[in-house]
Unconditional design. Structure first.
Length: 230
């Protein structure tokens, strides 16, 4: 949904930015989500520059399908000028990312910078989010992953989706009914531990060196573990 923007648009002409994000359950209005506003000189300079660089002023509109999930991930960015306003409304951001759409990736680049800017705003996170979420991850408040959520995804990737799957496959065996009998050989146990440890090291390195990529990894795999014990 493109729109024509005046030619002399520049970062300094942006007067205000408004951004709200979170998860909407059935019957919830986007207005129930807290909105963060940056005015004038308080607008992060990297966000200003990214808006122009990614040409967001020509990308106003609604993206995604709000009926494709429950709850639905929601983002709304409003860019305000003296005589103009650009609104970008997004439903199910991670699904759009997985579609590998080049246009939406430009929007996502700016949202990532806004997510980081939100981390520096006092009082944005509730006490529950502050104690249960990892502040290193550049995710919007409503989409924060708790440490247990992270652990579940890491367990999925490092252990569940590992050589364990080969051991789990196959026909039923009566020995499964007798806890006195061994089910895994020493060599199989060694293989499992090496594979799990190697994958965990890879994930921990990514979490510390590429938090945006790690956050996207969590989001991409979270649906597979969302019913796990939290």
């Amino acid at each position: 949904m493109a729109r024509k923007v005046r030619a002399n648009t520049a970062p300094q002409n942006i007067e205000r930015i408004e951004y709200r994000s979170g998860w909407l359950r059935q019957g919830m209005s986007p207005n129930t989500l807290a909105v963060q506003k940056w005015q004038g000189a308080a607008i992060p300079s990297d966000v200003r520059q990214a808006i122009i660089y990614e040409d967001l002023l020509n990308l106003g509109g609604v993206y995604g399908d709000k009926t494709s999930a429950e709850p639905v991930e929601y983002d709304h960015l409003r860019i305000v000028f003296a005589d103009d306003t650009v609104d970008i409304e997004i439903f199910n951001r991670q699904t759009l990312l997985s579609d590998d759409d080049a246009t939406f990736k430009r929007i996502h680049q700016v949202l990532c910078k806004l997510n980081k800017a939100m981390m520096a705003v006092p009082g944005v996170f509730t006490a529950e989010q502050q104690t249960g979420a990892d502040p290193r991850l550049p995710l919007p408040p409503g989409a924060k992953f708790t440490y247990r959520d992270q652990a579940n995804v890491m367990t999925l990737l490092a252990f569940r989706n590992s050589p364990l799957e080969d051991l789990h496959a196959g026909k039923y065996s009566p020995l499964l009914e007798d806890p006195a009998l061994s089910r895994i050989t020493d060599e199989e146990m060694k293989t499992l531990m090496i594979a799990a440890s190697s994958k965990l090291a890879e994930l921990l390195i990514q979490r510390d060196t590429d938090p945006e990529g790690f956050a996207q990894l969590l989001a991409a795999n979270w649906r597979q573990v969302r019913n796990w014990e939290r």
